[in-house]
Design a protein around this ligand. Sequence first.
Ligand code: FE
Length: 374
Amino acid sequence: MSLTAISANFTSTKLTLPVVVFGTMLGLAGCSNSSTTEENVEAETSAAATEQQAANDGATNADGQTITIYSSRNEQLIKPLLDRYTEETGVKIELVTDKTGPLMARLQAEGQNTPADMLLTVDAGNLWQAAQQGLLQPVASSVLEANVPAKYRDPKGQWTGLSLRARTIFYDPSKVSADDLSTYADLADPKWKGKLCLRTSKKVYNQSLVASMMEHLGEEKTEEVIRGWVDNLATDVFSDDTSMLEAIAAGQCEVGIANSYYYGRLLDEKPNFPVKIFWANQGSTGTHVNISGAGVVAGSDNPDGTLKLMEWLSSDEAQGLYASSDKEFPVKEGVDESEMLRAWGQFKKDDINVQKFGELQTQAIQMMDKAGYK
Ligand code: FE
């Protein structure tokens, strides 16, 4: 296997002093995602606890064998997978859980002294931001190249997708027929006036969706669509996808856009949840898909070991678990999906390279602002 990390190994310059956390003191200047981190459920550790953990990690990581992960993923979902890796390899893993914005601010503040080896987070828009800020290092891996389609990886090798999430249309089947639905853009049609629910434009998921529309439809048409969405809103925008889906169930609106795993979680709790999923844009560009993923931290003192873990997370063994535990889709082709996901049916996915979501993020934010999408 040729699993060499391209950039320098920082072992010789790495300080092993306990880490002082500046993240909470820093603003997030330059990070447009400060208000767009993963759901609260995915950052259960308190700031104080993570600071203490970081201090501990500074000490335990000195052996260069431990892998420290800064993660915005739900610890309950990710921990069993990491425990399995430790069982199989003997490699110890420290998990520091917080929201994406604070984790990136910490990496920024800690620089080369960071105890972190891997950043594990959601949305290509976030990973792209981390790369832009110089927080990640490029790696070359024939394993990742084989397991993860190129459209779900950074062309420069600074991050890779590890699971797929679809952002699509949901509807109230007592009022809407699937035949009435087609594309994201169609939700701007006046026939949906007073019937549409949306999550806030401040969330990176919507910024990435709008970036993909800008790529496919052009700026002018996309702005027209956003204005149409705003005109059609049944109510104020929601702070999260789950409340939006519950509003459809409660009859507050008839259609909306959400990530499919939130729907999956609701179905787990309430198998008769009265909302249906519709795969958007099947006759055209395909449904918008995004990634959760990871990158090797620029200041890592163990880039080779970190890359091996990333490669393992892309393997058949890990993919089945990693994706299905959170109702996401495997990023690796040919890996079995969970029964629930199979029940939602096969769908055509957008072919766009997810790094575009990062490239067009600023323009997408500006456009939504201009169009009055709060
Ligand atoms: Fe989410």
